[in-house]
Design a protein around this ligand. Structure first.
Ligand code: BDR
Ligand code: CA
Length: 317
């Protein structure tokens, strides 16, 4: 087998972030070298604590965790997503504290050092607001240029929004940062609501990995609040684990069908703030084009997630 690809996850756990981290750890194609945390679903202290605890749950406290931005680049956030993910971010499940300490470096420094020192190109998966990645571009542009692939969960081309009628949560939570990232030349894949919303993890899938041992049972418990929220809010039976689909694309490139597009983010203060405007008139030939995910085999993506979590949980015993 080829050498695993070095991977960084920039994250705001968050229920689907937790599942996404577990999926990366369950995937032999990648070597998770660093987790950087960002404000988002809950505040930075909580996202950082949650990242440490999820890694500990998986027996991988050796993966360094570095804390990043406390808030968006320009305008403070009016609200977070505790109503979706639970006040502490993990669906009301309290994971045991990790014995590991936080990496003392700021997230952008840890990320820049890893990118600069890695002999192999590094894949970065950003599954929270893009504040840390925008800061990396501004502070360490040479390091940012070394990103092999940036896979972003965020935005929407034609599926509308989830936090407002127009905007997806991660783009809305720091539109200025998203705009900086999508107008950069970093090779970026955008995994938005167009492909995540149809990719629904059903209760049957959750039951499969929940039955595979204590780790799977805990992951299932974390997802239950998310399921309840989806049932109450949308009347749906399953859950959309947005961030796990971005990790799937990072782990198995080509999982999603992408088209190069020009993407701009609405950074105005009106009702469409945070909307991603994806030019779908024709594919873009620009150096700053973003590979926008437009096609997904949802059944295959869900099966990959469930089977990997199932095997990982069974192996952990
Ligand atoms: C995104 O918003 C967050 O609430 C989720 O963790 C995911 O990253 C989906 O819009
Ligand atoms: Ca997230």
């Amino acid at each position: 087998m080829e050498q695993p690809t070095p991977l960084v996850i920039d994250t705001d756990p968050g229920i689907d972030d937790a599942v996404a981290i577990l999926l990366a750890l369950a995937s032999p194609e990648v070597d998770l070298r660093l987790v950087t945390t960002v404000h988002g679903n809950v505040d930075l202290e909580q996202t950082t604590e949650n990242a440490l605890r999820v890694l500990h749950l998986a027996g991988r406290s050796d993966v360094p965790v570095a804390a990043g931005a406390r808030g968006p680049l320009v305008h403070p956030l009016a609200e977070r997503a505790g109503h979706v993910h639970g006040a502490a971010g993990l669906g009301g499940v309290e994971l045991p504290p990790s014995p590991a300490s936080l990496d003392p470096r700021p997230a952008v420094v840890a990320l820049a050092e890893l990118l600069t020192s890695s002999a192999q190109p590094v894949t970065v998966v950003a599954i929270g607001p893009l504040t840390n990645i925008a800061l990396l571009l501004a502070v360490f542009p040479e390091a940012a240029e070394r990103i092999g692939r940036l896979v972003v969960m965020g935005g929407s081309a034609g599926a509308g929004g989830n936090v407002t009628a127009a905007a997806e949560f991660n783009a809305w939570a720091d539109p200025e940062a998203a705009q900086a990232v999508f107008s950069s030349t970093v090779p970026t894949v955008l995994v938005g609501l167009d492909v995540t919303l149809p990719t629904v993890l059903g209760a049957d899938g959750v039951e499969r990995f929940a039955a595979a041992g204590p780790l799977g049972e805990t992951a299932g418990a974390i997802l239950r609040q998310y399921m309840d929220h989806a049932r109450r809010t949308y009347g749906t039976a399953g859950v959309v684990v947005h961030d796990a689909l971005a990790v799937t694309e990072a782990v198995v490139p080509g999982t999603l069908g992408t088209v190069p597009r020009d993407v701009v983010v609405d950074t105005g203060l009106g009702v469409t703030r945070g909307q991603t405007l994806v030019d779908r008139r024709q594919p873009s030939g620009s150096a700053t084009a973003v590979q926008v995910a437009e096609r997904v085999d949802s059944a295959a993506a869900v099966e990959l997630l469930v089977s990997r979590l199932e095997s990982f949980a069974a192996a952990r015993g």
